[in-house]
Design a protein around this ligand. Structure first.
Ligand code: KIV
Ligand code: ZN
Length: 510
């Protein structure tokens, strides 16, 4: 029988630690539901002791996810574990995930703990968590730079104390594929109780090797992979789910293992994350990038016409990439809109369907054809983008080579309506000045990009901005048929994310 590899997705925890990727509770819940539909085995929902916001998100995800296990990250301390359990206790399949560093450099400079103390803390923490649930994961942070014999002792202790999954993180993306292979084999040989737990890996991408290292570990016998959508995560990110899962699927012959991911949900899930965090998927990104299935060279196009397998190792359909065709128009009814949304994997209630349908009608008045990408964008803006602190109510902009660019706008700030008018060097500048005036801040604008969601001059513009204030950065995204309105939405989205970031503090201290 083919062996099973478990997939733990940590987009909502490690992924959220990446610059500009903070998500609100509503967005996290939506992603968690989609991850469940995708078929991952474990959703790491957050780090409850890090902030009240994280606690609330983990708790609500734990209550709402139907199939996957829901994991909460905790330091090896009683308070963290108790708090983690409090957030998880209503999950159908809870998992407590404890981490503690095991490399000399981390133990000496960060933890200021000796090896004996780390062993003791491991045993104490895992035992405490095992009192709550049988499903306990222990991670030896910076495992790949740890002394190997000490790592054996730690892993053995964690399993003896009740850990059912032991994770080997390559925390700083240092290890090479052949070394990861040898390390997993070494642990399988040296840890005498290793058969009582699932061996897992968690690889960072600092040298661009996260997916390769993860796959090497699987080849050596690791049976859980920790990944994130689009590879987001600390610094250069984590192993990308879409790369690891598709490598395991396309090259099942090489790895001989199976997982329960529904690959046709891979693209919709990655696209949803990109919409939520406002970070476009690069065109050249493996598996999900815009160019991943396009064939430019004449000789390739000829080959494709004769037999697709000449240049295609997987089909766009196998990852659920929709053909970019018109789905709705001015005369489409609510029923057609509902059907399309269902096909895209959205489960909305009647009121939400009406809300999206009204938005489709408004958009169809401005542009003739509404494509799959437009529809996804509307759903995100209408349903999943919660008002947060700031919301745009009205915007009028004047510009031209004979006019002083002027913006008049009305916003809701913490439930109160405010309006103003401002000049600027151009239309976007005047809009941003007006927003700054209302919110009483003026962050630095680090990046501003406009792209079109689909083709044609009537396409919706998708604007992404990156702002910075007091060493905090945030990315925002907005779309609209009018790029000035899209710019305002993106800027306000970034300001909302910045406001949310102020809550996060604990990661600064671990
Ligand atoms: O990279 C890492 O070591 C982690 C652990 C908390 C698992 O994210
Ligand atoms: Zn990590």
């Amino acid at each position: 029988m083919t062996e099973r590899v478990f997939v733990l997705d940590t987009t909502l925890r490690d992924g959220e630690q990446s610059p500009g990727a903070t998500m609100n509770k509503q967005e996290k819940k939506r992603l968690a539901r989609q991850l469940d539909t995708l078929g991952v085995d474990v959703i790491e929902a957050g780090f409850p002791a890090s902030s009240q916001g994280d606690f609330d998100s983990v708790q609500e995800i734990a209550q709402s996810v139907e199939n996957a296990q829901v994991a909460a990250l905790c330091r090896a301390s009683e308070q963290d574990i108790d708090r983690g359990w409090e957030a998880l206790s209503q999950s159908r399949r809870p998992r407590i995930h404890i981490f503690l560093a095991t490399s000399d450099i981390h133990m000496q400079y960060k933890l200021e703990m000796s090896r004996e103390q780390v062993l003791e803390a491991t045993a104490r923490a895992v035992k405490r968590a095992s009192g709550y649930t049988e499903n306990v994961q222990f991670s030896a942070e910076d495992a790949t730079r740890s002394d190997r014999d000490f790592l054996v002792q730690v892993v053995q202790t964690a399993i003896d104390s009740g850990a059912t999954t032991v994770n080997i993180p390559d925390t700083v993306g240092y290890v090479q594929p052949h070394e990861m292979y040898e390390l997993v084999l070494f642990l399988k040989e040296q840890v005498n109780n290793i058969h009582q737990a699932v061996l897992s890996v968690h690889c960072h991408n600092d040298l661009g090797l996260a997916a390769a290292n993860t796959l090497s570990a699987v080849q050596a016998g690791a049976r859980q992979v920790e990944v994130t959508l689009n590879g987001i995560g600390e610094r250069a990110g984590n192993a990308a789910l879409e790369e690891v899962v598709m490598a395991l699927r396309v090259r099942e012959d090489a790895y001989g293992v199976q997982n329960r991911v529904q690959t046709e949900q891979v693209y919709p899930t990655c696209r949803l994350l990109s919409l939520v965090i406002g970070q476009p998927i690069p065109a050249y990104k493996a598996v999900i990038g815009g160019n991943a299935f396009s064939h430019e060279a004449g000789v390739h196009q000829h080959g494709m016409l004769m037999n697709k397998q000449t240049y295609e190792i997987m089909t766009p359909e196998s990852i659920g990439r929709p053909p970019s065709e018109m789905v709705l128009g001015k005369h489409s009814g609510k029923h057609a809109c509902k059907r399309q949304l269902k096909q895209l994997g959205y489960r909305l209630n009647e009121e939400q369907h009406t809300q999206v349908f009204e938005a489709v009608k408004r958009l169809a008045d401005k542009k003739k054809q509404v494509y799959v990408e437009d529809l996804e964008s509307l759903v995100l803006e209408e349903i999943f983008r919660i008002p947060d602190r700031y919301r745009l109510l009205y915007l009028s902009s004047l510009s031209g080579d004979m006019a002083i660019p002027t913006a008049t706008l009305k916003m809701e700030v913490g439930g109160k309506e405010c309006q103003t008018a401002e000049f600027g060097a151009g239309p976007v500048d005047s809009v941003f000045n007006a927003i700054d005036n209302i919110v009483g801040q003026s962050p630095n604008l680090l990046h501003f990009t406009v792209s079109s969601i689909t083709g044609g001059t009537d396409a919706q513009g998708e604007v992404t901005v990156k702002i910075e204030q007091q060493e905090q950065t945030a990315i925002g995204r907005g779309s609209d048929a009018d790029i000035i309105v899209a710019s305002a939405k993106a800027y306000i989205n970034a300001l909302n994310r910045l406001a949310r970031k102020e809550e996060k503090t604990v990661w600064d201290t671990v």
